[in-house]
Design a protein around this ligand. Structure first.
Ligand SMILES: [Ca+2]
Ligand SMILES: [Ca+2]
Ligand SMILES: [Ca+2]
Length: 329
């Protein structure tokens, strides 16, 4: 991995960690700022592709879940991203053709296609929703039709075909390139995968599929905690209250942010598919699962998984392969 890519990987971790740290906080009453938003911080149509920072400490529907962490801020039963009025429990937006996709994200309503989308994309959007419960839509950055096809085929016909409907993966959308080069992010509080427009994905569309699978496994880890815990038990990691240990090495959580290279050094053996997999049990789970799942002869995984051959001789790889038999159809 060259230094730029390495830095990007580290920054991605940093970002994930800062999010999860934030999500774990509990907010004292005095921080309940109660500031009303005019919704302008949200996305293009329903203003919800980014969460308004003013809403970090408010709880609109008073369900005890702060807005920042609430997948349904107004409590009307419609997840934020699919709610045309995410801050108004009386209004949701219409679904005229009654296909389950709110018309403001629907690629096709009664034969009328959204800008740039073709009928094939519209069909894939409907199928992905019906079969996997995932709504793919255009966020602040639009999908190309070829991308819609690849993404939908990944879930409907290829490696993730057998994946069951996940309760905490409901939406998938695209955002402009991230200043720090992030490729994708699963936002568990919002049941969403954000795909960032990315140079690597443009040059190697296959890598976009690997990123999606990786994020989907983050969703799966939450949905099936026993799967994740069995993995942790086998992986060498132990989760303590305020730190993690790998075999006999103890790591304070901050080290993942400040000195990730130390961890990569300590976990020297190339028994995991990539250096990125060494950055804590959650990343290791998603990386190992993805590397174990994909076996395409026509698309090289070497770039992302330089130690793949070695990894495939390990009990961890075997663990995933056996688990897939029970998890996937
Ligand atoms: Ca709430
Ligand atoms: Ca809602
Ligand atoms: Ca519709």
């Amino acid at each position: 991995m060259n230094s730029i890519k390495f830095k990007i990987a580290l920054l991605t971790i940093l970002f994930s960690l800062s999010l999860s740290a934030n999500e774990g906080l509990s907010f004292p009453e005095k921080f309940n700022l109660g500031k009303k938003s005019n919704q302008k911080h949200f996305g293009p149509k329903n203003h919800i592709t980014g969460i308004d920072s003013n809403r970090n400490f408010t709880d609109l529907d008073k369900d005890g879940v702060y807005d920042l962490m609430d997948s349904d801020i107004d409590g009307d039963g419609v997840t934020n991203y699919l709610d045309l009025f995410p801050l108004d429990k009386k209004k949701k937006g219409v679904d005229k053709d009654r296909d389950g996709l709110p018309d403001f994200v629907d690629f096709e309503v009664f034969g009328k296609l959204k800008e740039g989308m073709n009928t094939e994309s519209a069909d894939y959007q409907k199928k992905l929703f019906k079969i996997k419960g995932i709504t793919i839509f255009n966020g602040d950055f639009f999908f190309k039709n070829s991308e819609i096809k690849r993404v939908a085929k990944l879930y409907l016909k290829k490696e993730l075909k057998g994946l069951r409907k996940l309760k905490n993966l409901k939406v998938l959308f695209k955002q402009p390139p991230h200043a720090m080069g992030y490729r994708a992010k699963f936002r568990h509080n919002h049941k969403a995968i954000t795909l960032y427009e990315n140079e690597d994905h443009r040059g190697n569309p296959f890598h976009q599929e690997l990123s999606l699978a990786h994020e989907s496994f983050h969703a799966l880890a939450e949905e099936i905690p026993t799967f994740y815990q069995d993995f942790v038990g086998l992986s060498g990691w132990t989760e303590h209250e305020d730190q993690l240990s790998y075999e006999d090495d103890f790591f304070d959580h901050t080290i993942f942010r400040t000195k990730p290279d130390i961890i990569i050094q300590r976990l020297k053996a190339p028994e995991f598919p990539s250096d990125y997999s060494k950055l804590g049990p959650e990343e290791m789970f998603a990386e190992c699962a993805t590397a174990s799942l994909f076996d395409r002869k026509d698309a090289s995984s070497r770039f992302k998984y330089p130690y793949l051959n070695k990894y495939k001789t390990t009990p961890l790889h075997q663990f995933f392969v056996s688990y897939f038999h029970t998890l996937f159809n």
